[in-house]
Write a protein that binds this ligand. Structure first.
Ligand SMILES: [Zn+2]
Length: 74
């Protein structure tokens, strides 16, 4: 997204997060180090030979849920 989201979109995004993720976002507002790491995350998951799906479980689902929450505001 090259265009800055407006205040309402940001607010909606924050409200859609749980406490833990909200604290994480707050951290990102001042931590250049973590922001720079976001550029290359999430890394592609290695494919599991058994299922052909990503090996990640809980973490991956959390990220997917966050993405849905973000895209819902667009
Ligand atoms: Zn940090």
């Amino acid at each position: 997204m090259k265009i800055h989201p407006n205040d309402e979109a940001l607010e909606e995004f924050l409200l859609s997060l749980g406490d833990q993720h909200r604290r994480l976002v707050r951290h990102l507002t001042w931590c250049n180090y973590c922001r720079s790491r976001l550029v290359y995350l999430p890394r592609p998951l290695p494919l599991s030979p058994e299922t052909g799906k990503g090996a990640g479980s809980g973490y991956d689902q959390t990220v997917s849920a966050s993405r849905r929450a973000v895209s819902a505001t667009n």
